[in-house]
Ligand binder design. Structure first.
Ligand code: MG
Length: 285
């Protein structure tokens, strides 16, 4: 089922009871979701089929599946550099294999976008590691292309210009961007709105997330409820409208417990208000 433009969605973490997990999406008042890293038990085709059937029955559209890997940690910036994505050399091969399994799972699910944090790509493109990472991501993009799937790179660990150059160096039309404006603030990698304008045409997904910048060297900033941080949600949505972005707005609130649900519902209401007002203004122009 095709989604409305800028349909509000949420992150879905599929746990032991998938019905309960999908119900959490409906409970915050939305019907589409990006799925976080699937547990290994879900990667078998029969399990993926089971999930597909259940999501359909319950009326939830899964828009994207995220890759994630064992050994990743987001504790602070040096730890992210050492552990996240395709950048760490030692687990790279095993992670590509896992990413392909996740892509196959997404294929069975009927999901056309697979997202990933690549990790801290070296800024110097003459660095042999830079070239090795470009080749790795290109090969994964080619694997996805066979199933007409896209690879969307989550923003945050690099500045807008670095991300754009990295994607240009990969030279594959199915490499896109999942734009998380809060990550750019949390990692201190520049103003998200400027970066969004720069990579705008490549954006196939966004995270509606907010945060404030780091106060100490090597530390990440702090995530906040939507509208309480430094992103400037109204400007963010307006920029997406200006870019003619039609994909979903996926709320991401990376805390646990009952407060998460409360914050997500508030975020949904805030997004609905801002989106509807700005879309109406844009239509009236
Ligand atoms: Mg995100």
């Amino acid at each position: 089922m095709a989604l409305e433009p800028m349909a509000i969605g949420v992150m879905l973490g599929v746990g032991e009871d998938p019905r309960e997990s999908i119900q959490k999406v409906l409970d915050v008042g939305v019907t589409n979701a990006q799925m976080g890293r699937p547990g290994d038990e879900w990667l078998k085709p029969e399990k993926a089929k089971e999930l597909k059937k259940l999501a359909k029955q319950m009326g939830v559209t899964i828009t994207t599946v995220f890759c994630g890997f064992d050994g990743e940690s987001y504790d602070d910036i040096p730890t992210v550099q050492k552990t996240v994505g395709f950048v760490p050399k030692a687990p790279r091969k095993a992670r590509v294999k896992k990413a392909k399994e996740i892509a196959d799972f997404a294929k069975v699910l009927g999901v056309k976008v697979v997202a990933a944090h690549v990790g801290f790509v070296p800024e110097d493109r003459r660095d042999p590691e830079y070239r090795a990472i470009v080749r790795t991501v290109r090969a994964f993009a080619d694997y996805l292309a066979k199933s007409k799937q896209k690879l969307s790179l989550e923003t945050g660990q690099e500045t807008g210009p670095c991300l754009l150059r990295f994607i240009e160096d990969i030279r594959r039309p199915n490499v896109k961007v999942n734009f998380d404006p809060a990550n750019m603030i949390l990692y201190g990698t520049g103003g998200p709105i400027e970066a969004l304008k720069l990579v705008g045409k490549l954006v196939v997904g966004v995270h509606a997330k907010d945060g404030v910048g780091p106060t100490k060297k090597n530390q990440l900033g702090t995530e906040t409820p939507l509208g309480k941080g430094e992103v400037g949600i109204k400007r963010f949505i307006q920029t997406l409208i200006d870019l003619k972005y039609k994909g979903p707005l996926t709320i991401e609130r990376e805390i646990t417990g009952p407060q998460q649900k409360k914050d997500i519902i508030k975020a949904r209401k805030l997004l609905e208000r801002i989106r509807d007002k700005l879309l109406a203004a844009a239509a009236g122009k």
